[in-house]
Design a protein around this ligand. Structure first.
Ligand code: GCU
Length: 601
């Protein structure tokens, strides 16, 4: 009886993590012992999923994932992964193979890898992100599945990998679906593929799965920490040390496998002016994890935003995760440093990472550079609010975004939505999501990008039921672009009837870099420059204005932008062109932020 019960519990624990074989997300994967599986992967384009279904649409027992080979003259095998073309991973297929620029469907990926498998070790296969859904096999056996294009996931492959030669096959499908998150319609390119790093992680049987180390909410003299093992094993010693503070503590795990720490200390605080990070070392027998963690407080007081108890103004800009100069999904430290370098040049101390969690390098680079971060899940536009699976998908993506970045002090705002249409079902969905975010992390601010829906002869009043569920009121406005022209802004006023700080999460307009002309002619740099000038003048009058993230740092690919000779599938609202050339409006933002920095440090 006992054995049956154990197996049942084991199965249940796997299912709790999502799907059989998927394990709870491993914290700080780059701080573990891993073999990178980045590099050349073979790929097969499979629009009819012929490698997964038979001609009656029944799943194949021996699909492409078994990586079959014709070994005798009479063998019939109608694919050959080894002989198929290769693609550098991480990447999106859209910008790597011109046949795939607009492609939405399945592409199979395969990579060989060697390991020296050790007894008593656990092996996790970790993906930084795959857009949009992934099915994964190792040596022809199913490792697991995952849905969600912008958050990491990992599978237990200990029982699948062998000592020596192995291969992994991934079926990636980026088709859009109404009930997905995001849904069918979005203003960014639906880049498909293994878009972030892949690692094979080697761990002790019992390892530190997750940890949180931060200042206790509202305190500057108390650091709290919790470290959780992958097993509910009590009595295990875990050591937490912060050499820069001269502290080392040992704690024992409780019945849930969690060890808790309380450290009286006054760390030097992280801020944009002084992005102080401490080495934090967490270890238990057989494993030592090194991280860099900053300590700070973020809170609101009425309409003021406070960092470490002092009022701040978020001098920001919105950024899509698009690689500078050659487009495609950004994923590397270099991509992050270029994009954030441009933001710094503009005078930013804050970025809105739209509209989905960006790669971990972007968040860690922001932390090192002293740039605060708004991080968002792609609950974007017309989501299926009544669909429980859609909600659970959104909640899973929220959970994984927070789990991955909860130790990143640069992240100050979790955003749960963008420009969602008002309605009862949407309010219920988002209120539930906001509650979940707060339950997971009560140390950061919750927000979402709202829309202003009422305009009474130039008086715009924000009126969104979600105001009571967020800590910061944020909204997008497009006066001068989607609403009226640059003359309209002069007569516009804004009323935000909530006693909370206000961030303008988007404003802006388009210009084709290099197009000169009258400031009344759309698509000229002069029009965009004037739009920024009059919008800043209008917005700066809003009571409680605590931040801006104009839309957007760089021109980006979008399937919604078809104007030939001007857009050519680019959204041209960038302050910088897709070739990295600054437009005249960039200077307007620079001057405004220079003044703002003098007003509010
Ligand atoms: C919206 C939306 C963005 C979009 C922008 C635009 O506000 O949030 O994702 O790209 O407008 O129309 O350019």
């Amino acid at each position: 009886m006992k054995r049956v019960l154990t197996i049942a519990l084991l199965a249940l624990s796997f299912n709790l993590a999502g799907t059989a074989g998927e394990l709870p997300l491993l914290a700080h994967v780059h701080g573990r012992s891993f073999a990178s599986l980045n590099g050349k992967w073979n790929y097969v384009i499979d629009p009819l999923e012929n490698g997964y279904y038979d001609y009656r649409m029944k799943p194949l027992r021996n699909g492409f994932f078994v990586n079959a080979k014709a070994t005798r003259p009479g063998d019939l095998v109608e694919y050959n992964l080894d002989a198929s073309p290769t693609m550098d991973i991480p990447s999106d297929w859209n910008t790597r193979d011109e046949k795939l620029f607009f492609y939405e469907g399945t592409v199979w990926f395969k990579r060989d890898f060697k390991i020296g498998k050790q007894e008593g070790k656990k092996y996790l296969l970790y993906f930084g992100a795959v857009n949009y859904s992934a099915k994964v096999w190792v040596n022809g056996k199913k490792a697991g599945e995952h849905v969600g294009g912008y958050t990491p996931f990992n599978f237990d492959v200990t029982g699948l990998v062998v000592d020596g030669d192995n291969f992994v096959v991934v079926k990636v499908d980026n088709k859009r679906h109404q009930d997905a998150v995001p849904t069918l319609n979005m203003d960014w390119w639906n880049y498909g593929g293994i878009t972030r790093e892949v690692m094979l992680v080697e761990l002790p049987e019992t390892y530190i799965e997750d940890y949180t180390v931060q200042l206790s909410k509202g305190r500057y003299d108390l650091i709290t920490g919790v470290a959780r093992l992958n097993d509910s094993l009590p009595g295990r010693e875990i050591t937490l040390s912060i050499p820069g503070l001269g502290v080392t503590r040992v704690a024992r795990t409780d019945s849930r496998g969690e060890a808790r720490f309380e450290i009286k200390a006054r760390p030097r605080l992280w801020s944009p002016a002084s992005p102080e990070l401490y080495d934090v070392i967490i270890s238990n027998d057989g494993e030592t994890i090194r991280d860099q963690i900053g300590f700070r407080q973020i809170e609101t007081r009425g309409k003021q935003l406070l960092l470490n108890g002092k009022q701040i103004f978020l001098r920001g800009v919105s950024i899509h995760e698009e690689a500078p100069f050659h487009q495609g999904r950004a994923w590397s430290v270099d991509h992050a440093m270029t994009l954030l370098g441009w933001a710094k040049e503009m005078g930013c101390n804050y970025v809105r990472l739209a509209h989905y969690p960006h790669n971990e390098h972007m968040v860690r680079a922001a932390e090192r550079l002293g740039i605060m971060v708004w991080s968002e899940i792609p609950v974007y536009w017309t989501i299926s609010w009544e669909n429980e699976n859609t909600y659970l998908n959104a909640e899973r993506q929220l959970h994984d975004m927070i789990t991955r970045d909860r130790n990143r002090c640069a992240v100050i705002i979790w955003s749960i939505a963008n420009e969602t249409p008002h309605g009862e079902a949407r309010d219920r969905f988002l209120a539930r999501l906001a509650g979940r975010a707060r339950a997971m992390d009560n140390t950061r601010l919750i927000s979402m990008a709202m829309e202003v829906t009422s305009d009474n002869r130039g008086v715009n009043t924000l009126n969104d039921n979600m105001n009571e569920h967020v800590d910061v009121i944020s909204f997008n406005e497009y006066v001068g672009w989607y609403r009226g022209n640059n003359e309209s802004a002069r007569a516009m006023t804004w009323i935000v009837p909530y006693d909370k700080p206000v961030i303008i999460s988007e404003f802006g307009g388009g210009a084709l870099q290099g197009t000169r002309g009258e400031k009344t002619r759309r698509w000229t740099e002069e029009y965009q420059e004037e739009l920024y000038r009059v919008n800043l003048e209008m917005l700066d009058k809003i009571e409680g204005l605590s931040g801006l993230s104009p839309w957007i740092l760089v021109d980006f690919y979008s399937p919604r932008r078809q104007l030939p000779g001007v857009q050519d599938f680019f959204n041209r609202k960038g302050l910088i062109s897709n070739w990295g050339v600054k437009k005249k409006a960039f200077r307007v933002m620079q001057d405004f932020y220079e003044r703002k920095a003098r007003e509010i440090k």
